[in-house]
Design a protein around this ligand. Structure first.
Ligand code: FES
Length: 579
């Protein structure tokens, strides 16, 4: 269909009425001549650029490349901003605002004269927020992520943001690194524009966007400052115009097969545990019924192949030179649904048909994986009846089966104040527990789950112990961290009942996390449990606390989930049918 009258934007700009005239006049005030826009698809460029989001600060240049492509293909690009979420700056946590950004994205798309949209994201939450918003808006949409930074380099040592930063800071806390050395690290760990360049949450979510079929093939790993990222952006601008004429919408791409492909890819790359929460939320927007059990089933069947930090040795630049995500997807193609359609109109199988691995030490084969199972394992037990997650490939092998006595902190502030207390009764066999760090308790589900190792253990050379919390963890982190315990302590989950001295048993191969306390005693403690004070009584924070779902449900707002066909009956606003 190449009928300009059928374009959604024609409802704003076409026709002899006064409203259309003033809208055309508004575009002409931006310097566009009538021949420049009439009858052409209007392409929104949804830009999360912000100087408060350092990972996304180059997206204005990326946007210029997208615009070139849109013009060349016969479309009209109109760039617009939304809120942006800078992982390192926002307090209490960007996760508190992911849903707000998703609402902003959805409403900006649906309220405006847009036929198709190019999403520009980068930092951790900006990618899932845009995918959630675009899934709900369901107009033709394609994504360009900002790309990873160049590899960090300290002297002869290649260092990865987050992962090596934490390791080196741990060395500093143990007294093995000087102030001067730490200052050097600060100056060379983030060497360019782009997002964190390990397989942290940003790289993982960029990979998930590609695996879902929402970017052009090969998009996730191109370094942010590589000219090929700009060439990709230009191609994306060209492609969205055709997607409008083809009416290729997110609802045709975000199918159950696409989500299963993404989960398997996530397992093969050793992706961030945050991908679990975000994929659940995106699926909820797309009306795909996904649950934690799907992750565990697919994880057990999918080997871990990508030798990237924090689970492996290399960085995203190496991953790109090895061939990037298409090589991983080609390798696991026998496990994927190769018929899933992607934004370029081709199937997953067609997209990866000709790719070759250029560095077999960076991307392993199915016959020689780094680990027989996927990066993330889902745990259940009386401590996490609705589930918990662990990045098993970034955990210490000797701790994957472990039984130890709990050392409990009720709140994060308490943990920060007390963790390095010389009198803290803790050793390498202890299980460190933090409560009240989930969606409600945090609030906002902060990344506190990589609980610090007490300095006195670090000085003795102990670098990992079992840690359990209802928090999330940065995708750049590593260690035996049991995360996302659901339901969280603040809503009366069993984690609330744990006391210092209780025994906790972790058995990752059996996918169990158990509190070895009599069930009657657990119930007695929960009956006495006093939840923490409510964090917000007004504003967006109070909306968040009222509407957010638990970790195992994706932490979206209840009222933003896709409606079923029955729920649609009798109303419901459809932005595609605007008068
Ligand atoms: Fe933005 Fe790490 S701080 S991706």
């Amino acid at each position: 269909m190449r009928d300009p009258q059928k374009l959604r934007s024609a409802r704003w700009f076409a026709g002899p009425d006064y409203e259309a005239l003033v809208r055309r006049a508004a575009l002409r005030s931006e310097g566009l001549g009538p021949l420049g826009f009439e009858g052409k698809p209007v392409i929104g460029i949804c830009n999360s650029w912000s100087e408060l989001t350092h990972c996304n600060v180059h997206l204005r240049q990326i946007s210029e490349a997208v615009k070139r492509g849109v013009w060349a293909a016969g479309g009209v690009p109109l760039e617009f901003p939304t809120i942006s979420l800078g992982e390192l700056f926002m307090k209490p946590t960007t996760m508190l605002f992911r849903n707000l950004m998703a609402m902003d994205v959805e409403e900006c798309i649906t309220a405006n004269p847009i036929d198709g949209v190019v999403l520009l994201s980068g930092c951790d939450k900006t990618t899932p927020a845009q995918l959630m918003g675009a899934a709900s808006a369901d107009l033709p949409a394609i994504m360009v992520t900002g790309g990873p930074q160049l590899s960090g380099q300290w002297g002869q040592q290649q260092i990865g943001s987050g992962t090596d930063g934490r390791l080196l800071f741990q060395e500093y806390r143990a007294g093995r690194l000087s102030d001067e050395q730490l200052a050097e690290v600060e100056g060379c760990i983030a060497r360019s524009n782009g997002h964190c360049m390990v397989m942290g949450t940003a790289s993982t979510m960029a990979s998930m966007a590609e695996a879902l079929g929402f970017t052009l093939p090969g998009a996730a790993a191109i370094p942010a400052v590589d000219s090929r990222r700009y060439q990709l952006a230009e191609s994306t601008g060209r492609r969205i115009v055709d997607m409008v004429w083809e009416d290729l919408r997110p609802s045709k791409i975000l199918t159950r097969a696409a989500f299963e492909n993404a989960i398997r890819t996530d397992m093969a790359i050793g992706g961030s545990t945050n991908a679990v929460v975000h994929l659940l939320a995106i699926a909820g927007r797309a009306g795909v019924d996904l649950c934690l059990a799907d992750f565990d089933r697919l994880s057990r069947e999918t080997p871990f192949l990508a030798n990237i930090k924090p689970s492996g040795r290399y960085l995203m630049e190496d991953f790109y030179y090895a061939g990037g995500l298409p090589v991983v997807m080609k390798e696991i193609l026998p496990l994927l649904d190769g018929s899933a359609i992607t934004v370029n109109g081709k199937t997953v199988a067609e997209n990866v048909a000709g790719v070759k691995c250029l560095r077999p030490d960076v991307i392993r084969t199915l016959s020689e994986p780094l680990h027989a199972e996927g990066g993330t394992a889902i745990l259940y037990g009386n401590l996490a009846p609705d589930g918990a997650v662990i990045k098993q490939t970034a955990a210490s092998p000797h701790l994957l089966k472990h039984r130890g006595k709990a050392v409990v902190f009720e709140r994060y502030e308490q943990l920060r104040a007390g963790i390095d207390d010389e009198d803290l009764a803790i050793d390498e066999n202890s299980v460190l527990v933090l409560k009240n760090a989930g969606p409600i308790g945090g609030p906002g589900f902060p990344e506190w789950g990589h609980l610090p190792i007490p300095a006195k253990l670090l000085k003795r050379g102990v670098e990992d112990i079992v840690r359990v919390s209802d928090a999330r963890m940065s995708g750049t982190s590593f260690g035996t961290d049991v995360l996302h315990v659901s339901p969280e302590a603040a809503v009366g989950g069993p984690l609330a009942a744990v006391k210092t001295g209780d025994e906790i048993e972790l058995d990752v191969p059996a996918r169990r996390i158990e509190l070895r306390v009599e069930e009657r005693e657990i119930q007695r403690r929960l009956a006495d449990y006093q939840p923490p004070a409510v964090h917000y009584r007004r504003g967006y924070g109070s909306l968040f606390l009222r509407e957010v779902t638990q970790a195992h449900q994706g932490c979206d707002f209840r009222f933003l989930h896709a409606l079923s066909d029955e729920e649609q009956v009798g109303g419901g606003f459809d932005p595609r049918k605007l008068p």
